[in-house]
Design a protein around this ligand. Sequence first.
Ligand code: C2E
Ligand code: MG
Ligand code: MG
Ligand code: MG
Length: 289
Amino acid sequence: RAKSQGRNTYQFYTEGMQDREVMRLELDKDLSQALANNEFVLFYQPQLDLATGEINSVEALIRWQHPRRGMLAPIEFIPLAEESGRITEIGRWVVLAACRQLAQWRGTPCEQLRVAVNLSGRELDDESLIDHIREALVSENIDPGKLEVELTEEIFIQNIEHNLSQLSRLRELGIQLAIDDFGVGYSSLGYLRDFPVDLLKIDRSFITNVTERHDDAVITRAVINLAHNLGIQVVAEGVETEDQLNFLKAHRCNLAQGYLISRPIPPADLAKALTEGTLFTGQHADSGL
Ligand code: C2E
Ligand code: MG
Ligand code: MG
Ligand code: MG
């Protein structure tokens, strides 16, 4: 899925470039300028609480407002930023920007929101990551419970000792931990026992056909039950239809995220949607879409 998307989108950086190394250098140069020129932005995608119909959390998703190429999605630059190590700086920017946003939301209709940020495994390698997160929280005066970190199962495959210690430090700060893209990561389930996990995000690939395919339905129900029996909350990714939403509600999934509720949107649009109550919450037959 990511690969086929990547093939289309990488072309900006492959066109006319001899090889991957040239492309990598070019992109890395642009990325360092992007940081200096403040060209990154965070969009926010709401998560619907299926028990209450409320929006109390959002996922922050990075975009690059490229001076020549327009708005770029993460698939176009995050994988190469991970390879070059530039992701460390980008991650610091993301955490600080999310904390600043939380600070700006005080006293507004977005006040109640928690924000989830994505960190790649490579970012966990950085020993000073936790200090940077703590500093960002302190400088913006943010309750750590307002911040959530999403990590994929890759962190349970390599550097397990180190990653366990990093996650424990994050948890000690009071930050919530979510496993992103759950179910597609080739890792063992043992980490659910060994790591302090608060949320599982069921990968979109299980949700897409959950109402048509028996096997996807069985897997989704099993993940929800497994998580709940371990005291872990469940988020469904990529919810696009009301049928999917109803299935998830019926099986007591905690949160739903996807285009049905909203695409990732700029903070101003989010504030407007929350104020005007225009997000799809499944509460009114005529709302949304
Ligand atoms: P992710 O964390 O799994 O984020 C969910 C992706 O699915 C987002 O793509 C979102 O726009 C998309 N999505 C949400 N709902 C739906 C839906 O109903 N249908 C479909 N087809 N797609 C949906 P996006 O924003 O392009 O991000 C892609 C990935 O890039 C993210 O996957 C995450 O792994 C990575 N990423 C995004 N922001 C950051 C960041 O700040 N740092 C790092 N390290 N990675 C990031
Ligand atoms: Mg995510
Ligand atoms: Mg995900
Ligand atoms: Mg994903």
